[in-house]
Design a protein around this ligand. Structure first.
Ligand SMILES: O=C(O)CCCC[C@@H]1SC[C@@H]2NC(=O)N[C@@H]21
Length: 266
C-alpha cells in the first residue's frame, strides 16, 4: 500500500467505528487508520440499527480517512465506497466485475451491497470536522457477510425485512473463500484508489459507473426515514452529487437521505 495507513487487528471490540470515533474526538488521528475486529459486541448499523455479525463469518472494519474539505462537500461518499467494495471483491475473489454483475451483485442507494436482492454488506459513515482548519475525518465502517449467514438471519428474525447474502455464494462450490485478512487488504487497496479519486474529482466522476450497478434503477420504490410520510415513485438513478432521483408523476425529486425499499406492485 502506498498510503500511510495504519493497520490494526483486534480480536474483539464493541464497534470499530466507535473505537475510531473516540480517537477522532480526542484529536488523536494523524494518518488514516484501518481497524478490523473478528468480533463486535455492539456493532452499529445505519439509523441507530444494530449490526449483528457472526465472528469469522463477517468482515467488520472501519477506516478513518481525512478529507481536506468540509463534510458537506463529501456528498456521494458512501456510493463511492460501494464501488470500491465491488472492485476490492473482484480482486480478492479473482472474479471480473462484469461476472460479478451477472451473478447479481448490485449497489443499493445509499449504502448497501446486494447479491440478488439479498443484503451482502452495509456501509456506515460517521465523523466530521472539529474546526474549520482541520480536515474532515470520516469513519467509514463496513460489514460484509463472508459465509452463508443463516444463523444471523435466524437471530434477526422478524427484525429482518430482507434476505442476507454472503460472499461465498459468488465462488464456485469447489473453491474456498480467501481468508479474511487477504480480502480485507484487497478492499483497503481499492479504497485507497477510489478515495484518492473521490478527493480529486468528487462524485460526479463516478456517477455513470454507479448507475451501472444501481439495484433499483427504473423500479417502483418507497423512500422512508426522517419522520415524514414515505415518498413513492420510480427510482431513476443519481445526480452528480449522489442524490437519488425519484420520479413522481414526471416530476424529478432529488433525495439526499433515506431508506429505499422496493414497492411490490399489486
Ligand atoms: O448496513 C448498515 O446499516 C451499515 C452496517 C455497518 C456495519 C459496520 S461493521 C464495522 C463498523 N463498526 C460498526 O459498528 N458498524 C460498522
Amino acid at each position: 500500500m502506498s498510503w500511510n495507513c495504519i493497520l490494526e487487528r483486534v480480536p474483539k471490540t464493541q464497534s470499530t467505528n466507535d473505537d475510531l470515533l473516540v480517537r477522532w474526538r480526542a484529536g488523536q488521528l494523524i494518518d488514516p487508520v484501518a481497524r478490523i475486529a473478528h468480533e463486535q459486541t455492539a456493532g452499529k448499523g445505519r439509523a441507530g440499527r444494530v449490526w449483528l455479525a457472526q465472528p469469522n463469518d463477517t468482515l467488520c472494519f472501519s477506516l478513518a480517512y481525512p478529507f481536506p474539505c468540509r463534510p458537506n462537500e463529501l456528498s456521494g461518499l458512501s456510493l463511492v465506497v460501494g464501488l470500491a467494495l465491488i472492485t476490492g471483491i473482484s480482486t480478492a475473489l479473482n472474479i471480473p466485475e462484469n461476472v460479478l454483475y451477472s451473478q447479481g451483485l448490485r449497489l443499493k442507494w445509499p449504502n448497501d451491497l446486494l447479491l440478488n436482492n439479498a443484503k451482502l454488506g452495509g456501509i456506515l459513515i460517521e465523523g466530521g470536522q472539529t474546526t474549520l482548519s482541520d480536515p474532515s475525518w470520516m469513519i467509514i465502517g463496513v460489514g460484509l457477510n463472508l459465509r452463508c449467514a443463516d444463523h444471523i438471519a435466524q437471530r434477526l428474525g422478524s427484525q429482518s425485512s430482507f434476505e442476507l447474502g454472503a460472499l461465498d455464494q459468488l465462488i464456485p462450490a469447489k473453491n474456498a473463500l480467501p481468508d479474511m485478512e487477504f480480502i480485507w487488504l484487497q478492499l483497503l487497496a481499492s479504497f485507497e484508489k477510489y478515495l484518492t479519486e473521490f478527493k480529486q474529482f468528487g462524485f460526479s466522476h463516478f456517477q455513470k459507473t454507479w448507475a451501472q450497478w444501481d439495484a433499483f434503477d427504473g423500479q417502483a420504490v418507497r423512500i422512508s426515514g426522517g419522520g415524514a410520510e414515505p415518498l413513492l415513485g420510480i427510482s431513476t438513478g443519481v445526480d452528480p452529487s449522489g442524490a437519488l432521483l425519484l420520479n413522481q408523476n414526471n416530476t424529478i425529486i432529488p433525495i439526499h437521505a433515506g431508506d429505499v425499499s422496493l414497492r411490490v406492485q399489486s
